[in-house]
Write a protein that binds this ligand. Structure first.
Ligand SMILES: [Zn+2]
Length: 82
């Protein structure tokens, strides 16, 4: 795996939706590449921040907005799994 691959899949890695083999590639790249390691740590923090915000939206948003959000997340995942 190259640095640009790491950048491309880091969110799927954090999401746990990366396949086993890719995940191993990812892990071994991080051990060799401090740049990508710190980038991944940063991405994890950002992801946790965003998740907290989404949780807050889920509590306060009207149903129609929630449905729209769910739909776009699903579309995004479908796009990735191709
Ligand atoms: Zn790298």
């Amino acid at each position: 795996m190259l640095c640009r691959d790491v950048k491309r899949v880091v969110y799927f890695f954090l999401d746990g939706s990366l396949g086993d083999r890719k995940k191993q590639d990812f892990d071994s790249h991080l051990r060799l590449c401090p740049d990508c390691e710190s980038r991944t740590k940063l991405a994890r923090k950002l992801r946790e921040f965003l998740r907290r915000r989404v949780e807050r939206i889920n509590v306060t948003a009207p149903d129609r907005l929630k449905m729209r959000l769910t739909r776009s997340i699903r579309a995004f995942r479908t796009e990735w799994s191709r």
